[in-house]
Write a protein that binds this ligand. Structure first.
Ligand code: PXG
Length: 458
């Protein structure tokens, strides 16, 4: 077999000379980038060299205002010294230790403070390494909960159209974004979906929670009638859909879902990978909307994006059910090598301290109306058919181009980047979720730049 790369099959001899390469000499070929048009990106790459506070800096030296908190995760802003310092100290102390019948202090310490910050009934936490793993863990915990109550027939899982619950098989199955599901076969058995709540005809340019759509929660009753409540384990929803383009729930919708689940013994899971940690001005959306689910998944802002980590916040009702059996028996045959990783736990703890020290959740509540007004000032800009917002989230919905629905938003993303502002384009939506440290002046820059770009886009 021909193999002209001399080092193939053994470690590359140039490895030891590798330091931070300058982007001009960087070979982009080997890295298969996630959720990306690899060939297009590699023809004209946008490369980031460093970040601080509200800004990225590109490899060519341009400063970019981060309107997306990385990928909805860097809630306290980039390069927070206390988090970095805590990670360094942890690394010097203990690099790795597993937590399968062995322990080290950091995840215990973190769990104690994390659960204290969440609503009252959430007194336990199961750690994962990502939002996707948190979602699959929560679904498995829901199934195992019913099994342990002698209700192993409750196996069906109900998601919602347009939902994004990560990319593992459970999350893909309950998720409802067609492109994320299409090519992966039949996925999990026994999953059904609620209708989504986006209704631009009735709710365009709503501020905060849209007025119409509470009755969409009643469709859960139809699904229950179809499958029989005794076969349904859990309903999972994002309290505010993120990756579908920021869809705040209709007024009363989440309460209605909770009531229906309660009536039928079905668990309710909130996927708060985006909405937790201040995005809505509170520790989580459950707190903001005062609707308590049985399980909450989170990730992203859990460690300020600095180290991968996810978590399932577990209510007393669920946890206590698992603690009924013999003490010497493992209660849940589930976990990851890196669950409660010492460095991630240190990052998480320091992140919570940073949120508290800088009162960042309150800052969101103080900024929210300014943010809302700035977003809605784009109402009359060209192509804009809807603006949605809640907390420090906003979406500018553009009229899709007939021939290529996502092209206009892609162009807006590109032009904003060229003008020094990072936004997120999702289909025909521009989504915004800046670090919670954003100032009023930076909010102006963000929306004014989008406004200028909209004027220049066909
Ligand atoms: N649930 C929700 C609600 C999310 O938003 C995940 C689960 C999965 O988390 P991990 O850590 O496994 O990626 C997410 C992640 C986008 C985008 O296009 C959004 C996410 C991820 C990637 C892209 O806006 N959210």
């Amino acid at each position: 077999m021909d193999n002209d790369k001399e080092s193939k099959g053994s470690l590359d001899s140039s490895l030891l000379n590798s330091s931070l390469p300058n982007s001009a000499s960087l070979d982009l070929e080997a890295y298969w980038m996630p959720f990306s048009a690899n060939r297009r990106f590699k023809k004209s790459p946008r490369m980031i060299k460093k970040a601080s506070g509200m800004y990225y800096t590109t490899t060519t030296g341009e400063k970019i205002l981060d309107g997306t908190a990385g990928l909805w995760c860097v809630n306290a802003g980039h390069g927070r010294p206390h988090i970095i310092q805590s990670i360094k100290e942890q690394l010097d102390q203990l690099d790795f230790c597993h937590t399968f019948n062995l322990g080290h202090p950091k995840p215990f310490e973190f769990s104690q403070h994390l659960t204290a910050a969440f609503p009252q009934m959430f007194n336990h936490v199961f750690f994962t390494n990502s939002g996707s793993e948190a979602v699959d863990s929560a679904l498995k915990i829901a199934l195992a909960y019913h099994y342990s109550k002698g209700e192993g027939h409750r196996t069906r899982l109900i998601g919602r159209e347009k939902a994004y619950h990560g990319v593992n098989f459970g999350g893909t199955s309950v998720g409802g974004l067609p492109t994320v599901r299409a090519v992966f076969g039949p996925l999990l058995n026994g999953v059904d979906h609620l209708p989504h709540t986006l209704d631009i005809k009735r709710n365009a340019f709503s501020r905060g929670l849209p007025q119409y759509g509470v009755e969409l929660a009643d469709r859960l009753e139809d699904i229950i009638t179809l499958h029989d409540a005794r076969n349904i384990a859990a309903v999972i929803v994002e309290p505010v859909s993120g990756a579908a383009g920021v869809l705040p729930p209709p007024q009363g919708y989440l309460q209605r879902l909770r009531e229906i689940c309660d009536r039928h013994g079905i668990l309710l899971i909130f996927d708060e990978v985006i909405t937790a940690f201040g995005r809505l001005g509170k520790i989580c959306a459950a707190e903001r909307f005062n609707v308590m689910p049985d399980l909450i998944t989170c990730a992203k802002g859990l460690t300020n994006g600095i180290i991968p980590m996810g978590a399932v916040m577990v209510s007393d009702k669920i946890f206590n059910q698992f603690m009924q059996g013999p003490e010497e028996v493992c209660e849940l045959f589930h976990g990851y090598t890196y669950s409660g990783h010492p460095v991630a736990s240190a990052a998480g703890l320091a992140t919570l301290q940073t949120y508290q020290k800088d009162q960042l959740f309150d800052a969101v509540l103080n900024l929210e109306s300014y943010w809302e007004n700035a977003a809605h000032a784009l109402k009359d800009s060209p192509h804009v058919i809807d603006v949605r917002n809640i907390g420090l989230l906003a979406a500018i919905e553009l009229q899709p181009r007939a021939d290529s629905p996502a092209a206009r938003a892609t162009e807006v993303f590109q032009k904003c980047f060229d003008k020094g502002v990072l936004v997120r384009n999702i289909g025909s939506t521009i989504a915004l979720s800046p670090p919670l440290i954003i100032t009023q002046e930076q909010i102006d820059t963000l929306f004014q730049t989008i406004g200028e770009v909209l004027q220049s886009v066909a």
